[in-house]
Design a protein around this ligand. Structure first.
Ligand SMILES: C[S@@+](CC[C@H](N)C(=O)[O-])C[C@H]1O[C@@H](n2cnc3c(N)ncnc32)[C@H](O)[C@@H]1O
Length: 260
């Protein structure tokens, strides 16, 4: 399975700042609003970002805002591309090196599907955090490349999304409930785009799929993949291309709210 399956913007060679895909800008803005959950930024910080990776998704959500906090990941990032003023700590989210209620918000983007013990992990995040937990997970079942309304390349997309959890919403609800959390809100967000220019969301998503299928796991020959991509590019030039992807966005909180 591609362990870095994410919708975060890629690191551009030589780039200093993350490039946010314009197709996702509104989505990231709404994630920021959800994280505040009606509070002023000063009441929502410090924030804990769980499974931050290289920090690009965190940067996309919080860049240019007064939020700050600590980002943790079980692996050390090769290059930290997240906000410069955040702490970065190597830690397993199942055993966080923080005192109870050290944070006032928590964020976890595209990590849920990789958790070995989601209930234990969610309970541990709730222990160190007195505020809401914003859990975002791409629902890879909802990744589609369409040409003229018809799906194109399902076998290639399925090889990439293999192993992704089904019934994400009910899974998040039940793991949350087992961890003593209630769901304040849960929704599926569909992001669609008809652009396939270099650097667009669809372009970069195809690049990730290619990297996984052709280079890392050698399941698909480069030529087969490139033929598919060329067909999609032709369709895009004729205005007949769409990519859609779905994300589940859940806001969890401790049962009984934020009382001590
Ligand atoms: C797909 S990446 C997502 C990175 C980033 N949040 C994003 O959206 O681009 C998943 C990350 O979760 C981390 N991770 C998985 N399980 C973890 C755990 N138990 N504790 C800490 N980090 C974990 C992985 O090391 C990886 O960096």
């Amino acid at each position: 399975m591609p362990h870095h399956r994410t919708l975060a913007p890629p690191l551009r060679p030589g780039g200093e700042l993350p490039v946010i895909h314009p197709e996702l800008q509104r989505h990231y803005d709404s994630l920021y609003d959800l994280l505040l959950n009606g509070r002023a930024p000063r009441d929502a910080r410090p924030v804990l970002d769980v499974g931050t990776g290289d920090g690009l998704a965190l940067a996309a959500i919080t860049m240019g805002t007064p939020l700050h906090g600590v980002a943790i990941d079980a692996a050390s990032p090769a290059h930290w591309m997240g906000p410069a003023d955040w702490g970065v700590v190597r830690a397993d989210a199942q055993r966080l090196p923080f005192a109870d209620r050290s944070f006032r918000s928590a964020l976890m983007v595209d990590v849920f599907e990789w958790l070995r013990h989601p209930t234990v992990t969610l309970a541990e995040i709730a222990r160190v955090n007195s505020g809401p937990i914003l859990l975002v997970q791409t629902d890879w079942d909802g990744l589609w490349f369409q040409v003229d309304e018809a799906e194109h390349g399902r076998d290639l997309v399925s090889a990439y999304t293999k192993g992704a959890p089904e019934n994400l919403r009910s899974r998040i609800r039940s793991r949350g409930a087992e961890a003593g959390l209630s769901v304040e809100g849960i929704s599926s967000v569909t992001i669609s785009t008809d652009s396939l220019k270099p650097g667009s969301l669809a372009w970069d998503t195809l690049d990730s799929i290619r990297r996984h299928l052709v280079l890392e796991s050698a399941q698909i020959r480069a030529r087969r993949f490139d033929d598919w991509r060329r067909e999609l590019q032709h369709a895009a030039a004729e205005g007949q291309f769409t990519m859609s992807v779905r994300r589940v966005v859940a806001l969890l909180s401790r049962n009984g709210g934020d009382r001590a």
